[in-house]
Design a protein around this ligand. Structure first.
Ligand SMILES: *Cc1c(COP(=O)(O)O)cnc(C)c1O
Length: 465
């Protein structure tokens, strides 16, 4: 499979190079040159398979030419063997038509493990035996950091530097990062906000001097391999509910548009999906875009669902690329306009195309809390606030009553104990597999909110690596 950039002028890459590159050199995002197809018979044949084998069948066309099927199988078995539930992503029934797809049984209790555990395996495979060392640098407001660290801790040829805003992530989130003591893991607490940390990371990626000394790599959801891994659970869930002989709707708590874009990919591959619901909190640029064509960035409002508190959704560009007939020049123009004005209008024909598959809802704090209580009272489930945003949108969806609606449960409730307790009166216990998180030694470096200090630290530690 070849990978092309959404902006049309970066070189075409194979799967290995696209995975290691992250962002394309023309500022675009890599997508497969065409969507592979699965016939109804091939989808039906997934019904009895376990998660790892389903993953092999769904992902093999995307890695063709770079990994053999057996190599892919080995990586999938290793990645998904680290999940605490044998089904990896089990379905839980809430009422006669609503289901939860639990994506939080990985090592850090958030859905990001599903993709990052595989990405860690892919990085190691691609770098093994060579003399390339990569330096992963990222900023996190919580979930991404710990999932990325767990995925690459102790791996050869990889150093990871994760910046978090000091005092502004929860104790659980911080300890999930700082108690990983592998020598290739470098946690940095920045004096400043998440946006300050993010700005420093972006500056480093554009810094010629830094790029001359280290091979920088990104693990955020612009990385194609992450999206690819997320396509799998749409198939896994659908065949368990009667797919492909019955269409299924999915509701997806959305921030950067990565998870729900994976659902779009599943639909392009041939999975019958009745609707994909883009569920946002009050930071609703995507809801405005999908209802009125108004794609304009505002200021971020802090909510009980911090992993969805975003201004712009990077992966939306991948959908726009398809809606524009895969015209890279058109996307370069649109994104250029957006970068200048922080706003653009989505043309009516593209909007109509999007609305054939997508619908959307913006869910405020009250509606989120109501959904949390509904899951508790009607389905006997304590869910997390992000999943509750998805469930609220799922319950508001106007669709044929015989279509099952699956809400993606993106985090374990114990990760957001305070908000869950406020809504339900129940304080979810930390799962046993986090063990003695609060007794373990922490290790991290405090740095001032100063770019030169961060850069000097990263380059010095990477050179020692
Ligand atoms: C990252 C995250 C999301 C948003 O996913 P996107 O792929 O960015 O849309 C939703 N819920 C939780 C718990 C997350 O960690």
């Amino acid at each position: 499979m070849d990978y092309i950039s959404t902006r049309g002028s970066a070189p075409t890459l194979d799967f290995r190079a696209a995975t290691l590159a992250g962002l394309a050199s023309d500022g675009g995002l890599y997508v497969p040159a065409k969507w592979p197809q699965m016939s109804a018979d091939e989808i039906r044949a997934l019904a009895g398979l376990d998660y790892a084998e389903t993953a092999v069948r769904v992902m093999r066309p995307f890695v063709e030419g770079v990994l053999t099927e057996d190599e892919l199988r080995g990586l999938c078995r290793a990645a998904y063997g680290r999940f605490s539930h044998d089904a990896v992503t089990p379905l839980v029934q809430l009422d006669h038509r609503h289901w939860l797809l639990e994506l939080f049984h990985g090592p850090t209790l958030a859905f990001k493990d599903v993709a990052l555990q595989l990405l860690g395996q892919l990085f190691e495979k691609f770098l093994a035996g060579g003399d390339t060392n990569i330096t992963i640098v990222g900023a996190t407001s919580g979930d991404t950091g710990s999932a990325a660290i767990e995925a690459v801790a102790g791996r050869e040829h990889i150093q990871i530097f994760m910046l978090h805003p000091e005092g502004r992530v929860s104790d659980v989130q911080r300890r999930q990062m700082t108690t990983v003591l592998a020598p290739n893991v470098h946690n940095i607490a920045i004096d400043g906000s998440f946006d300050d940390a993010q700005a420093m990371v972006k500056r480093l990626f554009g810094d010629e001097e830094a790029r001359g000394q280290v091979t920088l790599s990104a693990v955020n959801s612009i990385n194609w391999a992450r999206l690819m891994a997320q396509v799998v659970y749409y198939f896994y869930a659908a065949v368990r509910l009667g797919g492909p002989d019955r269409p299924i709707a999915f509701s997806v708590p959305t921030g950067n548009f990565g998870d729900v874009f994976a659902g779009y990919v599943a639909a392009q591959m041939g999975l019958p999906i009745a609707k994909l619901v883009v569920a946002t909190n009050v930071n609703d640029i995507l809801h405005r875009a999908l209802t009125r064509g108004d794609y304009s960035a505002g200021t971020v409002t802090a909510t009980a669902t911090p992993s969805m508190d975003i201004q712009v959704s990077s992966n939306f560009e991948r959908l726009l690329f398809d809606l524009a007939g895969r015209d890279g020049a058109a996307i370069t123009g649109m994104m250029g306009e957006f970068d200048t004005n922080r706003a653009m209008t989505i043309p009516a024909d593209m909007l109509a195309g999007a609305r054939e598959l997508f619908s959307s809802a913006s869910i405020d704090g009250d509606a989120m809390a109501l959904a949390l209580r509904w899951a508790q009272e009607h389905g006997g489930q304590i869910i997390d606030p992000h999943s509750a945003v998805g469930l609220a949108a799922a319950r508001a969806l106007d669709i044929d009553a015989d279509i099952p609606v699956v809400t993606l449960a993106t985090a374990h409730p114990a990760k957001f104990r305070e908000a869950v307790e406020r809504a339900t009166g129940v304080r979810p216990p930390l799962p046993a597999r986090l063990g003695n998180l609060f007794d373990r030694e922490e290790r991290y470096t405090r740095l001032p909110g100063d770019y030169d200090a961060v850069k000097a630290f990263v380059l010095a530690e990477a050179a020692r690596g």
